[in-house]
Write a protein that binds this ligand. Structure first.
Ligand SMILES: NC(=O)c1ccc[n+]([C@@H]2O[C@H](COP(=O)([O-])OP(=O)(O)OC[C@H]3O[C@@H](n4cnc5c(N)ncnc54)[C@H](O)[C@@H]3O)[C@@H](O)[C@H]2O)c1
Length: 388
């Protein structure tokens, strides 16, 4: 992976090539262009090339976001000597070809979640990643409140974990929503499951620090089977789940429940996780993402209760010191900039603020997602040993 060292500035630069120019294209462009303004990182990113399919809009996108060059052929990035890291923000079914081509060309790769549309693709990506740095945009790990939860767990404040209760509920997937790539199995792999359960399985594994060893049961449901094709009156088949619920057991015995839906009216982006352990409990919800709720079960019952922690104190809460004075809140986009900072730290030989997910790590999440789908299909418990 070519890092370019500048003698005059005694710092390294890293050319970024980004594939995808819509939702994640904007989130990632913002992160790469903001990161050095807020973080002292050992490697400075340069926004070299943006690649996407839509020639009509890509030129304007490149100009607006400060990319030096653009291309409609993502393959160009592999041969581009100015590019050291390729960032993938495309639909799930193309992650595999793009990531493997870039890894084989010697680039570092940062890929969006879920790692891939299928477990087979994820396995191939993990194999290709062995000798190159890889990263996955499980960005919610980098909410300061999740960072604090991670540290409290590692410091033993929760103790043995009994329960993990996680849901990720959205409501945009009603019958009025057209047949986007997200509703086709071929392009997305799955629906709410790979989109939303992927995030909360990653958060649960990250916070608990153990692997899930068994799925006790799962149910997947497609409520809306036909949708209008985008920009047309014709209709096509939606063949992914709209909601998936499953129960699981962690290696240490903790019981976990996961629920993802795109049809939970009133829940807009309700990514929530609660962990109950022998010494206390933690609770987080993305719609109030600056807060961590903490129940210390060791306090006297007279004054015990849920503590509402505003996770914005510089020097005390992860990443908070890089942003604004206390309680001048952070939002969704900051999680991506925080991750970009950690990627640049890792590539520059420094420790990231919090552990970064790589392809191996994301493959383990993909195995859990696959096991849940097999469990739903076969209506039985599935050991993770069966899912390789
Ligand atoms: N981490 C998060 O919070 C988060 C949020 C949303 C999406 N995602 C993930 O990001 C990825 C992209 O999602 P999105 O919402 O940005 O999708 P999107 O539909 O908004 O954008 C997809 C982009 O990929 C481009 N594209 C599609 N097929 C391509 C191909 N074959 N070659 C090159 N470019 C291609 C499109 O032109 C478009 O620019 C998905 O894997 C999704 O799961 C992550």
């Amino acid at each position: 992976m070519p890092l370019r060292r500048s003698r005059a500035r005694r710092s390294a630069t890293l050319g970024i090539g980004l594939i995808g120019q819509r939702f994640m294209g904007r989130a990632h462009s913002n992160a790469w262009s903001q990161v050095t303004k807020f973080f002292d990182v050992p490697v400075t990113p340069t926004l070299e090339v943006i690649a996407a399919r839509d020639e009509a809009s890509i030129r304007g996108f490149a100009r607006r976001w400060g990319w030096n060059r653009w291309t409609t052929r993502w393959q160009d990035l592999a041969q581009d000597p100015a590019v050291g890291l390729v960032d993938i923000g495309t639909p799930n079914d193309v992650h595999r070809d793009q990531a493997i081509a870039m890894l084989e060309a010697g680039k570092a790769v940062a890929c969006e979640k879920p790692l891939a549309a299928t477990l087979d693709d994820a396995r191939a990506m993990r194999a290709a990643a062995r000798r190159r740095p890889t990263f996955v945009w499980f960005n919610y790990r980098r909410c300061p409140a999740i960072g604090l939860a991670y540290r409290l767990m590692r410091e033993g404040e929760i103790g043995r974990v009994y329960h993990v209760r996680a849901h990720y509920l959205q409501s945009w997937g009603g019958p009025e929503t057209p047949l986007l790539w997200r509703f086709r199995k071929r392009t997305a792999g799955s629906g709410a499951h790979g989109d939303l359960n992927a995030h909360i399985v990653d958060l649960a594994r990250f916070l608990v620090g153990q692997e899930i060893v068994e799925i006790q049961g799962a149910v997947a449901r497609t409520f809306i089977t036909e949708r209008t094709l985008p920009g047309s009156r014709r209709r096509g088949r939606s063949n992914v789940d709209d909601a998936v619920l499953f129960l699981a057991t962690f290696a240490g015995g903790a019981l976990a429940s996961f629920e993802a839906s795109r049809l939970a009216r009133g829940h807009l982006n309700d990514n929530a996780i609660e962990i109950d352990g022998e010494r206390g409990s933690l609770r987080f919800g993305l719609e109030d993402m600056n807060l961590l709720w903490y129940f210390d079960a060791r306090l006297p019952r007279r004054t015990a209760g849920w503590r509402r922690i505003v996770c914005t104190a510089p020097e005390v809460h992860p990443y908070a010191g890089n942003w604004w004075p206390e309680a001048h809140l952070l939002g969704y986009e900051h999680t991506f900039t925080n991750e970009a900072a950690d990627i640049l730290r890792a590539l520059g030989g420094r420790r990231p603020e919090l552990p970064l997910p790589d392809f191996e790590d994301a493959y383990q999440t993909q195995r859990v997602l696959e096991a849940a789908m097999v469990s739903a299909r076969e209506r039985t418990a599935i050991s993770l040993r069966e899912i390789r």
